[in-house]
Write a protein that binds this ligand. Structure first.
Ligand code: ZN
Length: 1006
């Protein structure tokens, strides 16, 4: 599954770690939101319950099925009913029959336990075949029901099951077409005929049990024959496998039976009962690949087909396991689902997606969606091998599925569509995001060996599992080299195919490949197993602090577990860190094979040169660690980054430096004035990755200074003064044949600059909005910021025009873009109209988009936050009815409150409504505490900001080295070292004392 990121918390992350469950939740949500502040076009909220479900099943052994029996094969028949139903049948229900072939794994089993949820069991029996008879051994006097909360269906037998004998469980039942986008659920859409009902599925992690009784855990793999009895007027049903037989039943329904699935876990099953059509097809009988959607989406399935075919071929070449041999008659289908809780789901042979994430219109979908469709397709296709063929044994090792899928989401896609910039974007979108989420003491390990209470881990399960998993795999690929890494993975897949895996299976396979290729020679005997366990079984990651004796070239490298609020974790930890580094005299950023491991807390490394020379650790941010340096090295780096030879430092390392500086300063390991001094190089910087990292960093600070209008304005001024180079590169108007990455960068940078008040940006945006409202076409990449600028500086009529266009719009990605900016309106009545529309419960905004819309309404303008609160006071009942809870709205509002007066206003209302708010009340109180501590934090740190606002850039004075070093440099020829001017004296100078700061007026920022 692609876990969707949340857009519900645009406010900055809280300052202090609080140990409660809710605040951990909050952490993870904002961890994702931290990135989202810069990528507001990212998708999409997912119902929190999804991850609560994961956590519940993950943590509590009482939820696990006994392993005393094991299924081999199922036959499942379902008859769904929508709004037109026969007598005695309720609308939106289904009838079902299941036959399960199962055997005992141990002796003396008298009870079989399987799963069911929200099913009424009408009949159930267990028996075994004896000649032509079935011997019934169902104990009498049982009532069969789904026992909650465990979802167990217990079947007692009259005799113990006999080893090596297969038993047959038969059941008939009735279920409900769910409304919450889980299980077998109903959805609707409008096509050429009008409004249509459909039934579709989302079974991960444990919702197959809502469709039929089954062993609903990933480890119970079996084959499935699925039959669907649909209404004759519907289109042929779509399921994992193609249709094998079609019959018309006496009642007029059409019965479709599908080919037998591969040996699979239940969570990978899927079926769609709808009026869908094939909207794009490759017409290739040998490698059938089709896109399904409602019949009025035009050619918007073409991109996902084109890229999907390429990705499938690339993955086959990579794994050397052909997809179309995974089961007899298997084909490949992707379907666009109008209501979908996750982003996408890797059902075997039938990938399902939100419409916006698969239907791409080259003219009207922006570049975010072009790469998003490609990489989400890559993610799901990678799962056919990593997840479906080889499945995590239990959800606590979900990273074996999702880490790989996230990794290939970038690197597989890069191999077939290099122009889309995946290798560049991986750093800001995954590595930096993962480090942020992973840098609190409450972070969990990839493989969590401790069973904690069931409610603690949930949302961060997703962020860390996906992004950190991917980042560690990338680091491992660089360690082994691509060929050895792939060789090991091929062995892993072959050995575990149609089975489940645990991390040790992966490590063993990689180690075998490493030995064969000598890939770990020269690293002191370390193995993948030893190395990887420090990354998979420990939470957190290290900060390396590098101190260089510029006279001798000795580099002292210290590792400590990084914590983003204090700098150092309360829980010391050491990792086996594969490191890379380079230096000014011979800058080399391409070879990412680590030079050595750092395993101790303190390690000495010889740079090999003497004299003043910068070093950079973690080339291309290929390792999962942050780096800090001594003052001299930072001073040397600052000069280099501000010089014309700036690009000698790799773009990804410039992005790393930006991200590390913002985080070092946030944790008070470095003062903000010092960090800004180094970051001043942004005024010369125009590349994608450094700017995306900077936008994230500045967005955090903009929130932190929002309450202090004077200094907030100075911060905005500073940002604007850093922007000329990037604006000069990008311009405002999208050229006809611009490069993909430049056009994408323009979208993000202009969105950011317009938000911080860049005058030209806003002028251009409002003028373009005017042209748009009189019928001129605006390129899709310009719309997010053009719409926002137009609404922000516009009137109620402008909003009215905009909102009518939204209501008429049929392209899902454009609708999401419009929802994301609708809150830019500064007209109070228009804001209220938008908020009313969100909670009206009518069809204008789908539930999957509620959070994105609310975030936009509350956070797009400072002034809207309290207006949204006023609106909430008047509409809390309606909001609660539609949203289920107003907790998300309230927390978003509270996170943006600017002073005690505002806090009191909200607090008073909370107190007055304590009884009706229920659990929301206590989470809101905690959010208020966080807001208060953020205000205190800002007060404590503000002098560092004002210091820099006053001084501007200050050139560091670097004391020159005065004498030749006592010994000759061991490796580097002297010519490679930068010129060193002799100066009178400086015996016994430690590296840290080389530098003193003097005040020099900044030329460029004054
Ligand atoms: Zn996934």
């Amino acid at each position: 599954m692609v876990a969707t990121t949340r857009s519900s918390f645009k406010n900055p992350p809280p300052l202090t770690a609080i140990g409660s469950t809710a605040s951990r939740w909050f952490y993870v949500l904002v961890g994702v939101a931290f990135l989202q502040t810069s990528l507001t076009l990212s998708p999409i909220p997912v119902p929190e319950d999804e991850w609560v479900e994961f956590a519940r099943m993950l943590r509590d052994p009482a939820f696990r099925l006994p392993t005393t029996t094991r299924p081999r094969h199922y036959q499942v028949t379902l008859t769904p009913y929508f709004d037109v139903v026969p007598a005695n049948v309720n609308p939106f229900t289904f009838d079902g029959e299941v036959t399960i072939y199962t055997s005992p794994t141990v002796a003396n089993v008298n009870e079989v336990v399987i799963h069911c949820n929200d099913l009424t069991i009408q009949s159930l029996s267990i028996g075994y075949q004896s000649g032509t008879n079935v011997v019934d051994i169902t104990a009498t006097g049982q009532t069969f029901a789904c026992e909650m909360p465990y979802s167990f269906l217990r079947i007692r037998t009259t005799e113990a099951l006999v080893l090596n004998r297969e038993y047959i469980i038969k059941s008939t039942f009735r279920g409900n077409l769910q409304t919450n986008m889980r299980g077998f659920y109903r959805s609707w859409y409008v096509d050429n005929t009008g409004r249509r009902w459909m039934g579709t599925t989302q079974f991960q992690p444990g919702h197959a049990r809502q469709a039929f009784p089954c062993y609903d855990e990933p480890g119970f793999k079996a084959t499935f024959d699925i039959t669907m009895n649909r209404e004759a007027s519907f289109s042929p049903t779509i399921s994992n496998m193609p249709i094998r037989t079609t019959n018309t039943l006496a009642n007029g329904r059409v019965s479709e039976t599908f080919w037998t699935t591969p040996v699979t876990s239940t969570y990978l099953l899927a079926f769609i009962v709808s009026h869908y059509t094939v909207v794009s097809t490759n017409n290739n009988a040998l490698r059938p690949f089709d896109i399904y959607a409602r019949n009025n989406v035009g050619r918007t399935g073409d991109w996902s087909l084109e890229i999907g075919e390429k990705l499938l071929e690339a993955m086959e070449a990579y794994t050397q396991i052909p997809y179309y041999t995974m089961a007899e008659n298997i084909n490949m289908k992707q379907a666009a689902i109008p209501d979908f809780s996750a982003g996408a789901m890797e059902n075997w042979g039938l990938l399902t997606y939100r419409e916006a994430l698969i239907l791409y219109d080259p003219l009207n979908s922006n570049h975010f969606y072009k790469q998003r469709v490609a990489n989400i397709v890559a993610h799901e296709i990678a799962h056919m091998w990593f997840g479906n063929l080889v499945t995590c044994a239990w959800w606590d090792n979900l990273w074996l599925n999702e880490g790989f899928a996230r990794f290939y989401q970038y690197y597989l896609t890069a191999s077939v569509a290099p122009e889309l910039g995946y290798e560049t974007r991986f750093i800001v979108e995954q590595v930096q995001m993962a480090m942020f989420s992973d840098s609190v003491d409450t972070a969990h390990a990839l493989t969590d060996l401790n069973v904690n209470d069931p409610t603690t881990v949930s949302a961060h399960f997703s962020t860390i599992t996906y992004a950190r998993g991917a980042a560690i795999l990338r680091m491992t690929q660089h360690l082994l080299g691509v060929e050895t890494f792939v060789k090991g993975l091929r062995n892993y897949l072959r050995e575990r195919q149609f089975n489940v895996a645990e991390p040790h299976h992966l490590f063993t396979a990689l180690d075998a490949a490493a030995v064969e290729d000598g890939a770990l020679n020269g690293y002191g005997g370390i193995t993948i197993d030893t190395y990887f366990r420090t990354w998979s079984e420990k939470a957190g990651h290290p900060l390396l602090t590098v101190t260089i004796n510029q006279r001798t070239g000795e580099m002292i490298v210290t590792q400590e577990r990084w914590e983003r609020n204090t700098g150092v974790s309360q829980f010391p930890s050491l990792w086996h860190i594969p490191i890379t580094w380079t230096r000014a005299g011979a800058p080399e950023f391409e070879d990412l094979k680590p030079s050595q491991f750092i395993s101790q807390q303190v390690t000495s490394i010889n740079r090999g040169t003497t004299g003043l020379e910068w070093v950079i650790f973690n080339k291309q941010e290929s390792g999962f660690y942050r780096v800090n340096y001594d003052d001299t090295n930072w001073a040397l780096l600052t000069r280099a980054l501000r010089s014309s030879s700036r690009t000698a430092i790799h773009q990804l390392n410039r992005a790393q430096i930006v991200d590390d500086l913002f985080q070092l300063a946030r944790a008070n390991v470095m003062k903000y004035n010092r960090a800004f001094n180094i970051l001043s190089f942004l005024q010369f910087e125009d590349e994608y990755a450094p700017w995306l990292a900077a936008i994230s960093g500045f967005n955090f600070l903009i929130r932190r200074l929002a309450h202090d209008s004077t200094n907030a304005a100075l911060l905005q001024k500073l940002i604007l003064e850093l922007s000329p180079a990037v604006v000069a590169k990008l311009g405002y108007l999208e050229p006809e044949n611009g490069s993909y990455m430049t056009d994408l960068q323009r979208m993000y940078v202009m969105e950011f600059l317009c938000n911080v008040g860049h005058e030209e940006c806003n002028n251009f945006g409002t003028q373009a909005f005017r042209r748009w409202s009189t019928g001129t076409f605006i390129p899709a990449n310009m719309r997010p910021w053009v719409y926002c600028a137009g609404l922000r500086h516009g009137t109620a009529e402008d909003f009215n025009f905009f909102w009518n266009r939204y209501l008429q719009e049929d392209l899902s990605s454009e609708k999401v873009v419009m929802l994301n900016v609708a809150g830019c309106t500064t007209d109070q009545a228009s804001l209220n109209r938008f908020l009313d529309a969100i909670v009206s419960g009518n069809d204008d905004i789908r539930p999957q988009d509620y959070n994105a819309a609310l975030t936009s309404a509350i956070t797009s303008n400072e002034i809207n936050t309290l207006r949204a609160f006023q609106w909430l006071r008047n509409n809390v009942d309606q909001a609660t009815r539609t949203l289920g809870s107003v907790s998300t709205i309230l927390n978003t509002i509270i996170g943006r409150l600017l002073n005690e007066e505002q806090i009191n206003e909200v607090s008073n209302w909370l107190t007055a409504n304590q009884n009706t708010l229920g659990a929301t009340y206590s989470t809101a109180l905690r959010a208020i505490e966080t807001t208060r501590s953020n205000l205190v934090w800002s007060q404590q740190r503000i002098s560092e900001f004002t210091n820099y606002f006053e001084s501007g850039y200050v050139e560091d004075v670097i004391e020159e080295i005065t004498e030749a070093p006592p010994t000759a440099p061991p490796t580097a020829p002297p010519t490679e070292a930068p010129a060193v001017t002799p100066a009178p004296d400086s015996a016994n100078v430690a590296a840290l004392s080389f530098i003193t700061l003097i005040i020099t007026l900044a030329v460029n920022l004054a």
